[in-house]
Design a protein around this ligand. Structure first.
Ligand code: ADP
Ligand code: MG
Length: 327
């Protein structure tokens, strides 16, 4: 199978399906030298790229369907964190060989993911070499409405979506044969779900947002640095799933919720009065969120512990984050 036959068979067909409300913005998709695309008037284009490299981000032999979901989940999650609506994706694949038994399940899962996120495959590149996958996602957000990291203000509440630490728990099930595998935790590791609709809804309530890819402490710190503020987080308030709590002790679950990474939940800051409005007007949105702390004027990230308020760095959690981080 040459490069063109491979592209035709496994990717051009995916590009023919239109997904989401932005399908009509694709004037020319896969098949020409470039895609021709139109940004709707009044919207800004929001762009991000993510790469997975074998040996760095995943082990050799990882199920290609899982790679497709992780690649899309991680890249679309960045759009979610901006409050953007997914529109287009381009895919750069470096493959050691044109292996049909890898390409078929990869392409099938990618197709499912594209439909799930309502995002259109409009182009890419295919080369030979050590296995590596890059997805560049493009989305739209109304002019001036993107959720930036720089908008947090002292007094804002720090909240997170969903539950934290599950992905790290799933990884532990894979790495440690002594731990009974749990389907929910494995799924959270293999198939992270980007919080796209929550991100879009939070444009009107949040002052800042980031997705949690490196771990809550690291990603919240990005918001604090960009905003020139600090925060105090209460680890007892961290949302932990019943499955994570059932499989691991409380301390481990808390540590992973703080710094495990790859949960692809959202971390947001919300002014107290906006939180009030959110709870009253959109209780189903508020139910997806947990308040875990508050933004302070004093720079740095602090944790409330039994011994009092300590800096997160001193509590030793950041060390764990840097040990496991690979992106
Ligand atoms: P060129 O050599 O002009 O860059 P290619 O031969 O690399 O074009 O690609 C042909 C067409 O197929 C282009 O429209 C390109 O965007 C698309 N394409 C190539 N690889 C992929 C891929 N992995 N996924 C989606 N589209 C792809
Ligand atoms: Mg090319």
């Amino acid at each position: 199978m040459d490069e063109f036959a491979l592209i035709n068979r496994f990717f051009t067909s995916l590009g023919r399906h239109s997904h989401g409300s932005q399908a009509d913005t694709v004037i020319q998709g896969i098949g020409d030298d470039c895609a021709v695309l139109s940004v709707p008037s009044g919207q800004s284009l929001v762009v991000s790229i993510d790469t997975l490299v074998e040996g760095t981000h995943f082990v050799a032999g990882t199920d290609p369907a899982q790679l497709a979901w992780r690649l899309l989940g991680a890249s679309v999650s960045d759009l979610a964190a901006m409050g953007a609506e997914p529109a287009w994706v381009t895919l750069a694949l470096t493959l050691p060989a044109a292996d049909e038994s890898w390409l078929k399940p990869f392409s099938a899962a990618l197709g499912e993911g594209l439909a799930y996120y309502g995002i259109n495959l409009v182009g890419g590149d295919t080369t030979r070499g050590p296995l590596s996958l890059s997805a560049q996602v493009h989305g739209f957000v109304p002019h001036g409405a993107a959720l930036l990291r720089s908008g947090a203000r002292a007094g804002d509440l720090v909240c997170v979506s969903g539950t934290l630490g599950d992905s790290r728990g799933g990884l532990e099930c894979i790495l440690n044969a002594d731990i009974a595998a749990n389907d929910y935790l494995l799924d959270r590791f293999y198939r992270p779900t980007a919080r796209v609709s929550l991100g879009q809804h939070m444009r009107r309530y949040a002052t800042a947002a980031a997705d949690i890819s490196d771990g809550l402490l690291a990603d919240l710190q990005h918001i604090l640095t960009a905003s020139g503020v600090g925060a105090t987080v209460n680890p007892d308030l961290l949302p932990i799933s019943t499955q994570l709590a059932a499989h691991f002790d409380n301390e481990t679950a808390k540590r992973w919720a703080l710094s495990g990474g790859e949960d692809f939940e959202l971390c947001l800051t919300v002014a107290p009065e906006c939180w009030q409005v959110l709870c009253e007007k959109a209780p189903s949105l508020a139910a997806q969120l947990t308040v875990i702390g508050v933004v302070d004027t004093e720079p740095g990230l602090r944790l409330q512990t039994a011994e009092g308020t300590v800096s997160a760095a001193a509590a030793g959690f950041n060390h764990f984050a840097s040990e496991t981080r690979n992106s």
